[in-house]
Design a protein around this ligand. Sequence first.
Ligand SMILES: Nc1ncnc2c1ncn2[C@@H]1O[C@H](COP(=O)(O)OP(=O)(O)OP(=O)(O)O)[C@@H](O)[C@H]1O
Ligand SMILES: [Mg+2]
Length: 377
Amino acid sequence: MENPFIYGEVVTGKNLCGREDETKELLRDIRNSQKVLLFSPRRYGKTSLLKDIFINLNKKEFFTIYVDLYPALNESDFIKLLAKAFSSGITAPLYKTLNVLKDTFKHLASRLSFTINKEGNIEFDISLEKHDISPVLVDLLEGINSYITKNGKKGVIVFDEFQQVNYFEKDKVEKELRSQMQSQRNICYIFSGSKKHLLMDMFANPNRPFYKSTKHFQLDKLKSKDIFRFIKTKFQDTDIEIKDDLINKVIDISECHPFYFQYICHEMWEMSFLNGKVADEYLERSVDRIMERETSSYDNIWSLLSLKQKKTLIALSKILPQEKIFSNNFITKYNIGPVSTLQRVLNGLVKKELIDKVNNNYEILDIIFKKWIQRIY
Ligand SMILES: Nc1ncnc2c1ncn2[C@@H]1O[C@H](COP(=O)(O)OP(=O)(O)OP(=O)(O)O)[C@@H](O)[C@H]1O
Ligand SMILES: [Mg+2]
């Protein structure tokens, strides 16, 4: 039998827990051709949510383009990935697809060369000089818009891992995208990513092209009632008994973190599927196992931190719900230094994506890393 708890892969359909409200809101945005920045810390389920929405969208009504920018190192990569994602949405025989590309993109067509790979899909190669980038990009974005409109559809373009654009040498992509999307009333653009400080700099800095151009949508952790139902159903469906009380403990320990509740349950399921029952001690054993696997990467992170950063993380791993991090008591207890130093250290840790500001407090994002720190210090 297959383990129903999946971690480290995109999850959709029956394997997606909760997210009803978020789906509804994003569907409204898609219908309204809203431009959206979707962000959250890593592994909160942005890609899964977006892919699930795409699967369920009526393809007769919407033309969907999903671009994973993770491998994009420069502007030509961006263009190549967008062109490829667009072409994969055309459901026509290959020769027709090639004709569509030639007809739709006047500038781009002459610079594209195609090969067909073993799976029968089109592979692009593109030869671009630096001065070609802007006209080709405009051509591509305008072409996509007119193709979608001509086919009587609405469009949805997702740029996942959008922060990659920040590493490009120039801001041509940002500028052209911004000016194109402003005039496109028929396409919803969703920019998704996890590097908050980079995204905030792109989207909330008045000197950057994307300033105030999108709605900001922060994806939170999952709701405990959704996790409860999900865990109960998955164990039940695979004929394994689990006590409600233990499910609640999983929710507490995982702090509703989408990735970690799945990871912990995956381990617990592996321990129980032979005898059909989840024993209480499997929870702690699962957490231990996960921590063991992650230890070398935590060691690595730890060794690269300054003493003050370490002290602050130790303090944050022990903070009680009623304690205020900037209070005199707290600062003296952990010997961190004046408030200004603490603020600087916190900002550095946010940049490293180790912590995040939540409701005026700071939290360690990786809950197993937090437990690792608690155990050692
Ligand atoms: N709604 C959900 N239901 C169940 N599991 C989820 C959900 N969202 C996320 N997960 C779990 O978290 C893992 C990571 O999800 P996903 O890759 O979609 O997150 P992400 O936010 O796109 O991450 P990254 O920022 O690293 O790209 C999944 O493999 C799955 O185990
Ligand atoms: Mg993702």
